[in-house]
Design a protein around this ligand. Structure first.
Ligand code: TA6
Length: 267
């Protein structure tokens, strides 16, 4: 698998061209900010388990005609540029364009760009451009896997009183207090427009999203964890997914010639 490796004065990162998949980011002298399964395959055609899968043009099974989480996470992106903006900041651009294969799955002409800025923060800007003559609908996510000291220490703050869809029961509920993990959690929070924090014993991770009002929180817990591909049975204890999304009702319509950008900054 071809990867882009970045090392500057403030951080390091690794991005696979398959899926524009960032699978490592850490600030100098700090622990990695992304969780990566030790037994992930790194096999062409299979999504890497961990890091930041790009789910596009459909989140989950929001478009039942497409594979789960869309096709971008296993498609080969083109690495179009790397710029050293200063000693602490590197910008990488990766692009995916429609092809015969994508048009068979999803009949629209598009250009999808992921701009990754690596500094003391990691910033992703996922821009969808419609170069077709018909409007299309997208749902999407930057499906980030964050490592935690232990799942029972993890708390997600910033979602108190937010409505959410419980994807396990299909119920529409309202959050009360922090999100904690004592069982399988698979929820789509709505109307989210401020910073989210993930805390555990050792640190606080900040997540800021733009161009999005939905955030997915996921941990498979014990039983689903055992069924997940490319993941040890006990791995559910080690990570939480906090996904910067446009999911379900937060879909976006992109008109011909127009763009939509989903931006996430984490540190
Ligand atoms: O975003 C949460 C979710 O859709 C879960 O339902 C879950 O199974 C997961 O993503 C991982 O999906 P994957 O297709 O990568 O196995």
């Amino acid at each position: 698998m071809v990867i882009v490796e970045i090392n500057n004065a403030s951080a390091s990162a690794k991005i696979a061209l398959q899926g524009a998949h960032i699978f490592h980011y850490s600030r100098k002298g700090e622990k990695p900010l992304l969780w990566l399964s030790e037994i992930s395959d790194f096999e062409v055609g299979k999504a890497i388990r961990g890091g930041i899968p790009v789910c596009w043009p459909s989140f989950g099974m929001n478009n039942p005609n497409l594979p789960q989480h869309g096709f971008a996470r296993t498609a080969l992106f083109e690495h179009t540029s790397t710029k050293e903006l200063d000693a602490n900041t590197t910008e990488v651009i990766l692009i995916l364009k429609h092809s015969e294969a994508t048009l068979t799955l999803w009949p629209y002409k598009f250009e999808l760009e992921l701009k990754v800025t690596v500094s003391d923060k990691l910033t992703m800007e996922l821009t969808t451009k419609n170069i077709d003559d018909k409007t299309f609908k997208i749902t999407q996510a930057l499906h980030t896997y964050f490592p935690v000291s232990h799942i029972s220490d993890a708390k997600v703050k910033g979602l108190d009183k937010k409505p959410f869809l419980d994807a396990l029961t299909n119920e529409q509920l309202t959050q009360s207090g922090d999100v904690v993990f004592e069982e399988e959690v698979d929820r789509v929070y709505q109307e989210v427009n401020s910073e989210i924090l993930l805390t555990d014993k050792d640190r606080t991770i900040h997540i800021n999203n733009e161009g999005s009002s939905s955030v997915v929180i996921w941990n498979p817990w014990i039983e689903k964890g055992k069924r997940m591909s490319a993941m040890r049975d006990e791995a559910y204890k080690d990570f939480v997914c906090i996904e910067s999304a446009n999911a379900f009702d937060d879909f976006r319509l992109v008109e011909p010639g127009k763009t939509h950008t989903l931006k996430a900054t984490i540190y």
